[in-house]
Design a protein around this ligand. Structure first.
Ligand SMILES: *Cc1c(COP(=O)(O)O)cnc(C)c1O
Length: 458
């Protein structure tokens, strides 16, 4: 088989600014060992997130020029609405400025004290919105999903036995919604099978619990279904997506992921009564229902991006690039989540830095080391992001200590990825020299964005 090439030509480029290791040491110090606080111009390869960082196509840029900025009833809205309806089959579509705005509206209405939202794994903003409403978020991930280094085709699946048990325990009436995240971002970007969605749907129907999809990476998930679920080997990604959404009562979406847009999101659903309540909140928080916090040009870019993302040459290149980096790391003995996920490579920092206890945030220590060594920016998905304190102020660690290297869509080429692999392997070979960190300042919610840390010098 020949090399899978980037399925695009490059028309416009941005420079990368180079700096030295000494300069990066100072930058890291000034950013209090939290790369969220580093200026992007000081980053060589930015793998902080795949969110809003895509390269838009010439078609999308043309759409930006065509965007109609009417306050109400813009043709750009109708283009957007028609596209989302076509893919999801959901008749009610509300644009929002990001995915979390859709979440905020949904959980504000359905949430509250004594309520439980069940999921395969909730993303951090999703969990925060649920908890902010007073409700609890419950992750019921399948057992394979929790074993980071044992390959399995659908590690994003929900544990259906645990779901049934949880419903029995808490009562269906206290569970306003089941939310399946495709692919499972916080759980390694691992896909969910159609079979699993069908089973979850059946349980939801039996218990009268609506099923929603967190659809941020629906196309990547559908491509995995095509590759790994025999039944779908000859089905187009578009038709797989249609079937996937057909089991859902609604969805939330961040267009900053699988729509190649730099901003945007939406909330879509079937239930008109719920939609009416959502619309009321949408108007006071986002804007009139035909723009919902977005410019007409953004709605155009999203509508075009949603179609482009289902192109199978693109998806083949996309999924292959992640696998390519993952395989290089595996070959060098670096502990990573296997198999490769859809949008990111996840390093198991607990194993990578097994000399650093979880109370000293090994994930964050690794994030800092990668920046220092090669100017690569990544993000910790572990106890800095998800850790809690018990009543004695002792850390309750997260299930896993991961470092995520999220690959922006259509942005970096194979040589960028080769460089990333070289840096990680070099850090791995010198891992025993890396020290743990302690938190010196933190916020109550989503603390990883702004926390300040300091190295612990042994
Ligand atoms: C990014 C993301 C969100 C939130 O979307 P924003 O546009 O960043 O607000 C929700 N769920 C998942 C799975 C995500 O990846």
């Amino acid at each position: 088989m020949k090399t899978i090439i980037e399925p695009f030509k490059i028309k416009s480029v941005e420079p990368i600014y180079f700096n030295t290791k000494e300069e990066r040491a100072e930058i890291l110090e000034n950013a209090s060992h939290n790369p969220f606080l580093i200026r992007s111009a000081d980053v060589l390869i930015d793998l902080l997130t795949d969110s809003g960082t895509s390269a838009m196509s010439s078609e999308q840029w043309a759409g930006i020029m065509k965007g109609d900025e009417s306050y109400a009833g813009s043709p750009s809205f109708f283009h957007f609405e028609k596209t989302v309806k076509e893919i999801t089959g959901m008749p009610i579509v509300m644009p929002t400025h990001q995915g979390r705005a859709a979440e905020k509206i949904l959980f504000n209405i359905l949430g509250g004290k004594g309520k439980y939202f069940v999921s395969n794994t909730l993303f951090d903003t999703t969990r925060a919105n649920i908890e902010f409403s007073g409700a609890e978020g419950v992750d019921l991930l399948c057992e394979e999903g929790k074993r980071t280094t044992i390959p399995s085709p659908f590690k994003g699946n929900m544990d259906t036995v645990a779901l049934k048990q949880f419903i029995l325990e808490k009562g269906a009436s206290n569970i306003p919604l089941c939310l399946i995240t495709v692919t499972n971002n916080s759980g390694g970007g691992q896909p969910v099978s159609m079979q699993n969605i069908r089973e979850v749907k059946k349980i939801c129907v039996e218990n009268n619990i609506p099923l929603f999809i967190d659809a941020c990476r629906f196309a990547e998930n559908c491509y995995f279904i095509k590759m790994r679920e025999k039944e779908f080997a000859n089905t187009t990604v578009e038709n797989i997506a249609k079937e996937l959404f057909s089991y859902a009562d609604g969805c939330t979406m961040s267009a900053k992921k699988d729509a190649f847009a730099n901003i945007g999101g939406f909330l879509a659903m079937h239930n008109e009564a719920l939609a009416q309540q959502c619309r009321n909140l949408l108007i006071i928080t986002e804007g009139f229902p035909t723009y919902g916090g977005l410019a007409g040009r953004d709605l155009e870019a999203i509508a075009i991006g949603l179609k482009e993302v289902m192109d199978e040459h693109y998806l083949q290149y996309r999924i292959r690039s992640i696998e390519y980096l993952t395989n290089k790391l595996i070959a060098a003995g670096v502990p990573v989540i296997q198999p490769a996920g859809g949008h990111a490579v996840y390093i198991d920092a607990k194993e990578f830095l097994d000399h650093i206890p979880v109370e000293q945030y090994p994930g964050q220590a690794l994030v800092c080391a990668l920046y220092l060594e090669g100017g690569i920016r990544s993000v910790e998905i572990g106890s800095l992001m998800f850790g809690k304190y018990d009543s004695n102020g002792k850390l309750i660690p997260a299930q896993m200590e991961l470092v995520r290297l999220a690959i922006p869509r259509r942005v970096y080429t194979q040589s960028h990825i080769d460089y990333v692999a070289e840096v990680i392997i070099e850090v791995f070979e010198n891992r025993k020299k890396i020290n743990g960190l302690l938190i010196t300042e933190e916020a109550k919610m989503l603390r990883h964005f702004t926390a300040k840390l300091a190295p612990i010098n042994n």
